[in-house]
Design a binder for this molecule. Structure first.
Ligand code: UDP
Ligand code: MN
Length: 332
């Protein structure tokens, strides 16, 4: 009897302990935990984590994807630049391109003064990251400045700017007046050796006909500029022949593409006498009263007519005579 009781007690005790153990285990499994999401049932937590993972993957994908060019409603600025082969050419083009890279919606029309496109310029443009058109036209020998001629004797870059105009008209007619490439677009003639502030391009971007502004370090002056009274250009501040129709440097104006297309014969006269090249183009397009003064009513200098010194090659030539010149296969 005693033995029976004992056995029964042991069984009951065993049963109770097992039951408590089981209930405890079940509570641990399906119940609560003391992690951060301790209120969520497990599968809800897992699906939440899945969602989080997907979101992070999407974000990562976006960050890694190559940036698609942004669509822009800004008017295009076509920058026409004459350029010619010389020791400093690649340096000039590099300086220019790296300025232009900061200007939204800019299309560079680079016109080589050469019989054929050169590989230096072709490769340079391809690697530049800019939107561009590569043109070339050789200045006829009789129109070209010869070694030793004073720099003012003949206009430089006239044929190339005209070639740029020819391309713009061809493109403009093909694209149509209402196309984004043409509507509200602006044309600017930027020599390859000048210095351009980024602000200049925003000043010219909304040109209606012809906009104008000061140019620094030009014409033997600190600056030249149109003089503005009552919001209109009334004369020009220049040290030489203010009576010229437009005594403005090439760097001091921009023209709407619409105006260029509406005047198919307007061009630069390569035969124009010194100082009249800009006038030869502008006088058929606009009057002084119609000019649109920019750069705070022509009170700010945002472009400089800088000129690059010709590098001296005395040591190079001396070494070349000994067959020790710099490797010609290295592009400079
Ligand atoms: N240029 C050219 N062919 C030449 C000389 C000049 O295409 O034989 C280009 C030059 O690269 C520059 C522009 O014409 O973009 C004006 O030339 P430059 O800067 O020598 O003129 P300057 O500053 O003396 O007016
Ligand atoms: Mn120059």
């Amino acid at each position: 009897m005693r033995m029976k009781l004992k056995l029964k007690t042991v069984f009951v005790m065993y049963f109770m302990v097992s039951l408590i153990g089981l209930v405890y285990a079940l509570m641990q499994l399906g119940g609560r935990c003391d992690c951060a999401d301790h209120d969520r049932p497990k599968d809800q937590t897992i699906s939440h984590l899945h969602g989080e993972l997907n979101r992070l993957q999407e974000q990562l994908k976006k960050a890694m994807a190559p940036k698609a060019p942004k669509k822009s409603n800004l008017p295009t600025i076509y920058v026409v630049t004459p350029t010619y082969a010389r020791l400093v050419q690649k340096a000039e083009l590099t300086r220019l391109a790296q300025t232009f890279l900061h200007v939204p919606q800019l299309h560079w029309v680079l016109v080589e003064d050469s019989a054929h496109p050169t590989s230096l310029v072709r490769d340079f443009l391809a690697a530049s990251g800019l939107t561009y058109t590569h043109l070339h036209i050789l200045t006829p020998k009789d129109k070209k400045l010869q070694e030793g001629d004073p720099s003012w004797l003949k206009p430089r870059g006239a044929e190339q700017r005209n070639e740029g105009l020819r391309w713009l008209r061809e493109m403009g007619v093909a694209a149509g007046e209402k196309s984004p490439a043409v509507e509200n677009a602006v044309v600017y003639f930027a020599d390859d050796d000048n210095t351009y502030s980024l602000q200049l391009f925003e000043e010219m971007r909304y040109t209606q006909r012809v906009s104008v502004w000061p140019v620094g370090l030009v014409g033997g002056m600190r600056f030249e500029r149109p003089v503005v009274e009552g919001g209109k250009v009334v004369r020009f501040h220049t040290g030489w022949r203010p009576s010229r129709p437009f005594p403005i440097d090439m760097a001091g104006f921009a023209v709407s593409l619409r105006l260029v297309l509406a005047n198919p014969d307007a061009r630069f006269d390569g035969e124009a006498q010194m100082g009249y090249l800009e006038s030869s183009f502008l006088q058929n397009l606009v009057t002084m009263e119609e000019l649109e003064p920019k750069a705070d009513m022509c009170t700010k200098v945002l472009v400089w007519h800088t000129r690059t010194e010709k590098p001296k090659m005395k040591r190079e030539e001396a070494l070349q005579k000994q067959g020790l010149g710099s490797d010609p296969a290295v592009e400079v």
